[in-house]
Design a protein around this ligand. Sequence first.
Ligand code: GLP
Length: 291
Amino acid sequence: MEVVIRPNADAATDLVARVIARELRDNPRLVMGLATGRTMESVYARLVQMHREEGLDFSAGRTFNLDEYVGLSSNHANSYRHYMNHHLFLQVNIDLQNTHLPDGMAADLVAECANYERLIAKNGGIDLQLLGIGQNGHLGFNEPLSALRSRTRVKILSPVTRAQNVPLFPRPELVPHRAITMGVGSILDCRCCILLATGEEKAAIVAKAVEGPITSMISATALQLHPECTLILDEAAGSQLKESDYYHWVFENQPEWEPFRAVSSPIAKSGFQAKRQLEKQSVEAMSDVLE
Ligand code: GLP
């Protein structure tokens, strides 16, 4: 796991969008795992801007969202399909046929969950998974006690999660009680993942997710098991981390981040594979010195 702390929410959001853009440029058929929530709105706004101003091309990209409310149709104003269409899909040149969310209106929800897993596998798995974090540390809607190896399934939303989502609904009682969500195990299958968290209200749960013990009570702690996971935070969300000086030092010194340190630097050409190559070279160079 790597933690990057940027000075403010705009810089953190910009970094996330630029990493996604770089991966999409490297692999136009990128399979993107996407998230919803207020934090992601500015990421999608930045991607839309890149599409308009820099020609960022989504035409061959494929997407799978983490979750969808049970009982809300795709054109319901509070469904995640509506959110994605509104914030991203209808504003870029993606083929809607290549965008996927679980169907919260499916007559057979169990079959729908199994089908969603099959569809992800058929597309070769998720290359880059974008994640937010709930107040209780959930990923997607993996509420406390979600098994660390869980797959896509229906979850009952916790009172904390329902309360967190009340501002997005016209009335509190309209927040659904259930959602289909990719499981913690399904999320961990992705090739690399980026979690974005901003704001002081996320500071305590981010500290637990990064520096606390792995527990099914907080699904985000499972990311400690992922070999290619980066958390991108603003100073406020990173304010309760004990090792923040070290995380800053890594960002300043890790060659992979060089193209991203200056806000106006050009989009890096190489992807996460290049990071691995650089790490391999550093280990080899270190071995040479030690011999
Ligand atoms: C919902 C989504 C999560 C997301 C969370 C964060 O619960 N299911 O995937 O991480 O919202 O929301 P926000 O960015 O609004 O804090």
